[in-house]
Design a binder for this molecule. Structure first.
Ligand code: ATP
Length: 599
């Protein structure tokens, strides 16, 4: 046995020492790993010089797991914070929009919720100087550095003391109070490098090219010039500017293409401009529904899956259906009429409409949301026109009233002229022939040859819109009495001989409604007599015995169907042209085009 006084360590203590060294080495390795770890994809990373383990304030920051809040802290929605919360301890969950400040003792953290609701947070001991020394929160330099390094668009939860700012805040939406942050935990981290940052997501998209190989930096100069020319006319006076304070100021960054936006759908959607467009869309739908319910209309759901290519075979998507073909409905038209035949009197529906058109235009998508209605007619098809004008003006005026703030948010990115709307009951109704005459006379160099029995091109419609604005001071008008050549077989022909121009051009009781020179609605009276219907089907060189058409006509033989009419509105177009957006795709949540099925 070795003497107790020996300077040599015992075997036991040697082993102990070795184990201690080993543990120390593992810890050091772990710390080194923590410090030098490459920026992880989905975790807030610690800056290299933060020694988290040794930090006495470590319980006040880091990942949320295992961390706790003060007993007196209350959960509050960022949007409801005001002076009434002064000196209270609150828990707030939000995205980090940005962190600012170089000092090791003080940084600013902008927190955001719901589009542009931002609040200024401050991390630093000087925020808590008035608090008695014993109760002061523990805020270390490491903690400040760690929070400063959280990637923007990470979702965090903070505990904070609500303070009145020393001087008026100008950079955030919440101006009455700021947050003296005492704890900050990351719930879900953004990657260190975003595919699309929020500032860029809030810049006007000019490139809608869908081919990734094409030069994305090419901008539509004409659109930019047009926007600049209109700038002076933009009406921004009616809105409380403080509501747009939380928006990131227009910087010098280049815009991203629509392709980049959609590939980064989460950030695209977070941009205040997209949040505002989405909120306007929600309101438009609500206004459509509430107006019609107030006018005795009943909602129904037509099928999307149908057994035959209903109106014309070329525009429908075909899909396999248990050994046979099914099609995606290109319109709820036939089903709205079946509801009328079934005694529902006045109906409407809101739902997806599918078009297999290879139209790569700013107006077309392969799937869009239709707002449709159909109603019995008592004396004249103009009763339908009255309702359709009524519901559209209700939507457009309602949006102006309810969404002033959202409209202003969109205008900061996509400028728009003030929308000129007519008084109810005073909507300009031009016949198709009158509209063509206006074009022939207003732009003879381009349109001297336009005929009364030829449908209009998109450019013609836009030029007509400009002429009408100039002459009649309105952005909202109707073109009625379309030639039968431009309408489907079920459109009711006009019986009034006066409208049969020289008996050569037969016109229909069908119309379109235009907003800023672009079609947003097609409607009219439908044929309700099966014999007349069959005649028109044959006149249009279609087969009344073909699948879909045969079953459609048979419904009118099952029982007398009252005269009726209706219309279909494209929700995406209403929102897009109301806001004067460059493409209908910006008004859709997930635009579908011939080249795009994702996300
Ligand atoms: P367009 O002539 O502009 O292609 P359309 O005459 O085919 O339109 P309708 O079939 O009458 O349009 O559809 C009714 C409404 O639905 C239109 O007024 C428009 O608002 C909307 N709409 C039609 N096609 C599309 C589309 N491809 N993408 C988005 N909205 C559309």
């Amino acid at each position: 046995m070795e003497p107790e006084t020996s300077t040599e360590p015992s075997k036991k203590s040697l082993k102990k020492l070795q184990n201690k060294e080993k543990r120390k080495a593992v810890k050091a390795e772990k710390r080194a790993e923590f410090r030098t770890k490459p920026e992880p994809e989905h975790a807030a990373s610690a800056p290299a010089d933060v020694d988290y383990e040794k930090d006495p304030a470590k319980d006040n920051y880091g990942e949320v797991k295992g961390k706790s809040f003060s007993k007196d802290a209350i959960e509050v929605d960022l949007r409801s914070l005001d002076e009434s919360y002064k000196d209270k301890t609150v828990i707030v969950r939000a995205w980090i929009q940005s962190t600012r400040g170089q000092s090791s003792g003080l940084i600013f953290v902008d927190l955001r919720k719901g589009g542009n609701w931002t609040i200024q947070g401050v991390v630093g001991t000087e925020m808590h100087e008035e608090t008695p020394a014993k109760e002061r929160p523990l805020i270390s330099t490491s903690m400040i550095k760690w929070i400063r390094a959280i990637p923007p668009e990470s979702f965090v939860v903070v505990e904070a003391n609500v303070k009145l700012p020393a001087k008026e805040l100008t950079g955030s939406r919440v101006t009455a109070v700021e947050l003296g942050i005492t704890k900050c935990f990351v719930i879900a981290s953004a990657p260190a490098r975003l595919g699309l940052d929020l500032e860029t997501a809030g810049i006007m998209i000019q490139d809608f090219n869908e081919d990734p190989k094409v030069d994305k930096s090419k901008v539509d100069e004409a659109k930019v010039d047009e926007a600049k020319a209109d700038e002076a006319k933009v009406d921004k006076a009616t809105v409380d500017k403080s509501k747009t304070k939380g928006l990131i100021e227009k910087g010098t960054k280049p815009p991203a293409s629509m392709l980049t936006h959609l590939e980064n759908i989460a950030i695209h959607k977070r941009a205040p401009v997209q949040q505002a467009i989405a909120d306007i869309r929600v309101e438009a739908k609500k206004l459509f529904r509430s107006y019609l319910e107030g006018h005795r209309f009943k909602e129904f759901e037509p099928p999307c899956l149908i057994g035959a290519a209903s109106e014309s075979g070329s525009e429908v998507f075909r899909l396999a259906y248990f050994g046979q073909d099914a099609f995606l409905a290109q319109s709820p038209q036939f089903y709205k009429q079946f509801e009328i035949a079934g005694g529902r009197e006045r109906v409407f529906c809101i739902g997806p409409v599918f078009r297999a058109e290879k139209s790569n235009t700013p107006r077309h998508m392969t799937e869009f949301t239709g707002l449709d209605l159909e109603m019995e007619i008592q004396n004249s098809y103009t009763e339908v026109l009255d309702v359709l004008e009524g519901v559209l003006l209700h939507i457009l005026r309602g949006l102006q009233e309810r969404c002033a703030e959202e409209i202003e948010t969109v205008r900061l990115v996509y400028e728009s002229k003030p929308l000129l709307l007519p008084e109810s009951g005073k909507v300009l109704r031009l016949t198709f022939a009158e509209a063509q005459k206006l074009l022939r006379e207003g732009k003879p160099d381009q349109y001297s040859e336009v005929k009364d029995d030829e449908d209009m091109s998109t450019q013609q419609e836009k030029d007509l819109g400009a002429l009408v604005r100039e002459k009649f001071n309105t952005d909202f008008f109707v073109i009625d009495k379309f030639p039968e050549t431009a309408r489907p077989f079920y459109a009711k022909l006009d019986d009034d001989e006066d409208n049969v121009v020289g008996k050569r051009v037969r016109v229909t009781n069908a119309f379109d409604i235009f907003l800023r020179g672009q079609e947003i609605l097609s409607g009219g009276q439908r044929i309700n007599d099966p014999v007349e219907l069959e005649k028109r089907i044959i006149a249009k060189e279609l087969n009344p015995e073909s699948p879909g058409i045969k079953e459609y006509v048979s419904v009118f033989r099952q029982g007398g169907v009252p005269p009726h009419g209706g219309g279909g509105i494209g929700l995406d177009r209403v929102v897009a042209w109301f806001l004067q957006l460059p493409s209908v795709q910006l008004a859709a949540y997930y635009p579908r085009t011939p080249k795009r099925l994702m996300p």
